[in-house]
Ligand binder design. Structure first.
Ligand code: ADP
Ligand code: MG
Length: 478
């Protein structure tokens, strides 16, 4: 274990003193290491480390001191509740047509004089609503917000859905909580069931890592532990998954607040860049660079990784690199892009589709109209345009070449998928656009979500950062 910094020592001392703790940390600032230091300082106490995902859990299990059990929340929930649903997890995929049948949705729903929703469409909204519920802190499904699906998110449709969805969602949840139910099942179902039982975990202390990304039911279980010392650690400025609940949980958690501001990932130049974004966010924290790493901000012709805001931009970058004969990969692989392009093919054949982002549409023409005329369609627009320019088959062909990160000379990633990763030489793609100027010509306002994403993005670099599409931040210097 490395020699603790002053901040890490203070955290360890406070932990040994028995206090609940909430630690706000910067990128690369040794969050997990600090939790290990705490655990090692109280070898007689029995601890639980709640890992954010399986990969982190495996690594933690191998490196935490013996007195700590390392589990993902899903593993805890599986042992307590999920086991009975084992069979359902293996069930084959199911069409929305069948889901509608199982939910006894036999009639279309009239939205207004022009629009009628097919039973399958209603079924998709119901299932998306249930999924949202399983990842929320809402306790009773009747009160959960109805899912907004692309193409089914206009006011008239949402009003019609508000009438019909809640009772069907209740029925769907009744099916999902029954080991012999029939609807498509996911790991989030038993997790939610477990959290609703207010479980008490018998440990002397519980450590919640990456708290800003833990979904709200998990945070609830953590907070609900009585007679247990609790430590949550996270980076408030990296809450890019929109779990507002988790971010607020960090802010409102009743414990001693301490910080980790010494980054071990990069040197001063990149820390300074990160701090520009933290300042725009009005975050309380500023980072210090690692004196043993010499970082630079400069243009890069051959970066190790190019980070993009959207999948569409990653695809454009991929096509350009493939044309030059380079081996490229996309973090997370090309599967998501492939399935979107496959859905496009189905819609182009007028067959409808089950893709979560496109299932609200019956034809490709409807998708094209949606991205052209609806404000909420702007997220989908770049991919739709790419498919229209190159054809869905070509997109599938490119997507299939992006799966081998182990062989890649160039790694592409969206900023979201780059979370938790680091590369020596990082370039930022051009699709992180500057806000439009105000009506009076003054600087536009940078949305907090965009600033957080920018902070995550620039802090992936260890040695050299080419700020590319985020260099405009200099004009907002405070
Ligand atoms: N006090 C320290 N001195 C030197 N290196 C440290 C110290 N604390 C942590 N590190 C190193 O920083 C790196 C990131 O630590 P880690 O705990 O994995 O960070 P995080 O969980 O925030 O991503 C690791 O290589 C770790 O060994
Ligand atoms: Mg960590």
């Amino acid at each position: 274990m490395p020699t603790p910094t002053i901040e890490q020592q203070e955290i360890t001392d406070t932990f040994v003193g028995g206090k609940n703790l909430v630690i706000n940390a910067g990128a690369g600032a040794g969050k997990t290491s600090t939790l290990k230091m705490c655990a090692a300082a109280t070898p007689k106490a029995k601890g639980l480390y709640i890992a954010y995902n399986k990969a982190i859990q495996v690594e933690a299990a191998a490196s935490f001191p013996q007195n700590v059990t390392c589990k993902t929340a899903h593993a805890l929930a599986f042992a307590a509740v999920g086991r009975r649903f084992f069979r359902r997890l293996k069930a084959p995929r199911m069409s929305s047509y069948l889901v509608a049948k199982l939910l006894h949705i036999n009639e279309p729903v009239r939205v207004n004089d022009e629009v009628i929703l097919a039973p399958q469409q209603l079924a998709r909204v119901v299932m998306a609503t249930v999924t949202g519920y399983t990842r929320s802190a809402t306790r009773d499904i009747v009160h959960h917000n109805i899912a907004k699906l692309a193409g089914l998110d206009d006011a008239d449709t949402m009003n019609a859905l508000a009438e019909v969805v809640p009772p069907i969602a209740v029925k769907a949840w009744a099916d999902l909580t029954n080991p012999n139910g029939k609807l498509p099942y996911s790991h989030d179902c038993y997790l939610k069931m477990w959290t609703l039982t207010n479980p008490q975990l018998s440990y002397d202390f519980v450590l919640l890592d990456e708290a800003q990304d833990s979904n709200p039911p998990i945070v609830e279980v953590f907070e609900g532990q009585r007679n247990t010392q609790k430590v949550m650690v996270g980076d408030e400025a990296q809450s890019i998954y929109g779990w507002r609940g988790a971010q607020n949980a960090m802010r409102e958690f009743n414990g001693t607040r301490l910080t980790l501001s010494q980054s071990f990932r990069f040197g001063e130049a990149i820390a300074a860049e990160a701090n520009q974004w933290l300042s725009i966010l009005d975050a309380p924290l500023r980072l210090r660079g690692f004196e043993l790493i010499n970082s630079r901000i400069t243009d890069l012709d051959e970066p190790e990784a190019i980070l993009c805001r959207t999948n569409a931009e990653a695809l454009v970058q991929a096509m350009s690199a493939l044309e030059k004969g380079r081996q490229v990969a996309l973090v997370g692989g090309g599967k998501a892009i492939r399935s979107l392009a496959e859905a496009a093919l189905q819609l182009q054949a007028g067959r409808g589709c089950d893709h979560p982002e496109l299932c609200g549409f019956q034809t490709w023409g409807m998708v094209q109209d949606y991205v052209r005329f609806e404000e909420s369609g702007s997220d989908l627009a770049p991919m739709v345009n790419l498919i229209d320019t190159h054809g869905a088959e070509k997109i599938i062909d490119v997507a299939d070449q992006l799966n081998r990160e182990d062989r890649a000379e160039l790694t592409l990633s969206t900023a979201h998928k780059a979370k938790g990763r680091e590369w020596k030489r990082v370039k930022i793609a051009g699709d992180f656009t500057e806000p439009k100027p105000n009506d009076d010509g003054g600087r536009g306002k940078i949305r907090p979500d965009d600033a957080m994403l920018a902070y995550v993005t620039v802090t992936r670099a260890q040695h050299v950062l080419d700020r590319g599409g985020l260099a405009w931040v200099d004009r907002y210097r405070r």
